[in-house]
Design a binder for this molecule. Structure first.
Ligand code: C5P
Length: 224
């Protein structure tokens, strides 16, 4: 079994991000680089991190007209990412064009509802019915558009997996049992997310902020 853990390299400095990734490389299956990293370090930063030899997940959450998103996908093609994210709310045509423009070995996955939005926030954007329903609706749309999968929380992955058996599910917001804290109420453990159907487990701070990141990564790996 390949290691499903993708380490989120959410560190402002490129040298620190590379040093962390090098330390834990034997205990994670891939590296996730977000919009923050990409805006700060661009293609150069991705090339440097790619030298570590692990698959790269570019979490850019693209959302624009289909033509622009397709052009952006073509521009990152050269980086050979294993996974790229787009927003499902960009619509079916945008997702179809994103997938068509992606490399053959690149999984395109859709963000459904950001976990920073609650039902009241969604209502103010004109979406009634709540985050859970909207998440399922957008997951269905992503599936119809021919995407590989979606990003969702550990609490939703079971329900979505039941509707989309072959989907590729990226699950962030995970906390190992002993690392759970009071301000993280809606988290699940990496193992629970895996059991519910997650394909990729995105883990950041439980590893990057641990006193010993290698031990932390090994411990999580050991629970899977
Ligand atoms: O919380 P942690 O540091 O493990 O987060 C890892 C990554 O997952 C971050 O890049 C963060 O942006 C993303 N994340 C997310 N949705 C959440 C929690 C975290 O997309 N609910």
């Amino acid at each position: 079994m390949t290691n499903p853990i993708y380490l989120a390299l959410d560190l402002p400095r490129l040298d620190a991000a590379i040093a962390l990734a090098q330390k834990v490389r034997g205990h994670v299956g891939g590296l996730k680089l977000g919009l923050e990293f990409f805006c700060a370090h661009g293609h150069h930063g991705v090339h440097e991190v790619a030298k570590i030899g692990l698959p790269i997940f570019l979490d850019l959450k693209l959302h624009d007209i289909p033509n622009t998103v397709a052009a952006a996908m073509q521009s990152i093609h050269v980086l050979e990412p294993a996974i790229v994210t787009v927003h499902a709310s960009g619509g079916r045509a945008m997702m179809e064009d994103a997938k068509a423009a992606a490399g053959e070995n690149c999984k395109v996955v859709a963000v459904t509802v950001l976990t920073s939005l609650d039902d009241a926030d969604l209502l103010r954007t004109g979406v009634p019915g709540g985050a859970h329903d909207q998440c399922l609706r957008l997951a269905d749309l992503a599936q119809e558009a021919g995407l590989d999968g979606i990003v969702c929380s550990g609490q939703e992955v079971g329900a979505i997996h039941a509707r989309w058996k072959k989907g590729f599910f990226v699950v962030p917001g995970l906390r190992p049992e002993e690392g759970r804290s009071a301000d993280q109420k809606r988290t699940v453990t990496p193992r629970a997310a895996r059991d519910a159907g997650a394909s990729v487990l995105v883990i950041g701070r439980p590893i990057s902020r641990a006193e010993d990141p290698v031990m932390a990564a090994r411990a999580i790996e050991g629970t899977l």
